[in-house]
Each structure stands twice: as structure tokens, then as C-alpha cells.
Design a protein around this ligand. Structure first.
Ligand SMILES: C[S@@+](CC[C@H](N)C(=O)[O-])C[C@H]1O[C@@H](n2cnc3c(N)ncnc32)[C@H](O)[C@@H]1O
Length: 240
């Protein structure tokens, strides 16, 4: 089935731009400062699929000099509104030709691969991102765990989409973000860790570490499934 970028949409961009790190999202970003500090030595970063700039501003706060790239003009428009001094660039899908090879200490991709269909396309983009890494550079790929699509969470609901339970890597799945005013389901592509490992191999990337952050009961959220099952998976990768 054809897959189009649901983020090229003014209403979605507006809702997303107000999203910071509530609930389940808190868990996606909670451990990133420590993970990044332990793997990345210097401070030049590309934020691939920067959206409305939440992940880019997060990197800036960690001391990184950032460039954010995205294929959605609507999302970039919001990113620039919030951070007028920031460097946010529209790219054609898979086209990184404006960047020098080996330019970045860190490439962060936060949730972007949830929206990139097919093995072929993922491999192509990962190869391009790998070429942008300096020799000591690291690619941090934060994605949804497959389980996110078949459970309930503080910030997400999937109970209306029973078909998600039977979805295989590459299938479209639906999920509702309960923290935003845009309650239309988001359509993602499910991709299992086994498939990610295969994808990285094909793209010439080595997997250094995999993190699956779990919630703690003393955190200020009414966790639903987050203390038992990790909604997010964070891969740290380098060029092979
Ligand atoms: C869920 S948003 C995440 C935004 C941001 N990283 C964050 O954490 O808030 C995913 C973003 O990836 C972008 N995206 C999807 N496919 C892409 C591609 N092939 N190249 C660049 N960006 C892409 C979408 O336009 C969207 O802005």
C-alpha cells in the first residue's frame, strides 16, 4: 500500500509543535543525555527528521551545534518559528548531497524511521547517514518498539486498532497520541528489532548498544504499561 508522509499537514504540525516531553515521550528522551555522552565525543550534530525541532532543541541544550533536516515544509515552518536562529533545512527524500561526507559527530534520528517504509528505502537512507558520520561519529536511532502498537500507554492508545497485533515488519499500523489536540490516528510502519539489525548490516552499520528504557514507579506519571514493556528502542550505531 502507498505510504505518504502524514507530517506534511498544517494541523498535525501545529499540534506536534506544542509537544515537548510529556508521559511516554519523557521515557524516550530521559536516558538520551547519558547515552549520548557515553558514546559521542564531540558536538557537531545532524537531526534527521527534525520535525518541529523538539529533538533539535534538545540536542542544542546538550551543547550540540545542530542542523535539522526534514522532508516536511509544514513541520520545518514550525521549527523555525520556535527557534528562529536555528538551522532547519528542507531536503528532498533521501538527498543529503548538500552535506560533506564525514561531517558529523552525531546523527540523531528520533522517531523518523517509524515513518520510512520498506527495507530498500531504510537501507538507502541509513547508508547515506553513515557516510555523513566522522570516523568516531555515532548514529543514534530512536524508534517505536513493536509493542507500542498493541498496548495502552500514558500518551498513546491503540485499542481501536486490533489489526496492529498481527502486523509484520513493513506493515502499516495505527496509533493515537493522546497528548496532542490532533486525535487523528498516526500511521506508522512497524519494524522489529530483528529487522533493524538486518537493515543496519545491509547499510554497513555496526550496532554498538541497544537501550530499552523502562519507567520507574517513582516518576511523576501514571504509567500504564511503561514499567513492564519499553515503548521505545534506542540503537547506537557506527560505520563498519
Ligand atoms: C514523529 S516526527 C519526529 C520529529 C522530531 N524528531 C521529534 O522528536 O520531535 C517524524 C518526522 O520525520 C519526518 N520524516 C519522515 N520521513 C522522512 C524522510 N524520509 N526524511 C526526512 N524526514 C522524514 C517527518 O516529516 C516528521 O517531521
Amino acid at each position: 500500500m502507498e505510504f505518504s508522509n502524514i507530517y506534511e499537514d498544517a494541523k498535525r504540525a501545529e499540534a506536534y509543535s506544542k509537544l515537548e516531553f510529556p508521559g511516554t515521550y519523557y521515557l524516550a528522551y530521559r536516558d538520551l543525555p547519558e547515552i549520548i555522552a557515553s558514546h559521542v565525543k564531540r558536538t557537531n550534530a545532524l537531526d534527521f527528521g527534525c520535525g518541529t525541532g523538539r529533538s533539535t532543541r534538545f540536542l542544542q541544550r546538550l551543547g550540540f551545534t545542530t542542523v535539522g533536516v526534514d522532508i516536511s515544509e509544514e513541520m520545518l515552518k514550525k521549527a523555525r518559528e520556535i527557534d528562529p536562529k536555528g538551522d532547519y533545512r528542507l531536503i528532498a527524500d533521501g538527498d543529503f548531497s548538500q552535506f560533506n561526507q564525514k561531517a558529523f559527530d552525531l546523527v540523531l534520528s528520533a522517531f523518523t524511521f517509524d515513518n520510512i517504509p520498506t527495507m530498500e528505502k531504510k537501507v538507502k537512507i541509513f547508508r547515506e547517514l553513515r557516510n555523513l558520520l566522522k570516523s568516531e561519529g555515532r548514529l543514534v536511532n530512536l524508534v517505536s518498539s513493536p509493542e507500542i502498537y498493541s498496548h495502552e500507554w500514558v500518551s498513546f492508545s491503540t485499542k481501536d486498532f486490533p489489526a496492529n497485533k498481527h502486523a509484520k515488519s513493513g506493515d502499516q499500523v495505527r496509533i493515537i497520541q493522546t497528548d496532542t489536540e490532533d486525535k487523528r490516528p498516526v500511521v506508522d510502519i512497524i519494524w522489529t528489532p530483528e529487522y533493524y539489525l538486518e537493515t543496519y548490516k545491509k547499510a554497513g552499520l555496526e550496532t554498538i548498544r541497544i537501550y530499552r528504557p523502562l519507567a520507574q514507579t517513582n516518576e511523576p506519571y501514571r504509567w500504564v504499561t511503561e514499567t513492564r514493556i519499553a515503548p521505545w528502542t534506542i540503537y547506537v550505531l557506527r560505520s563498519r
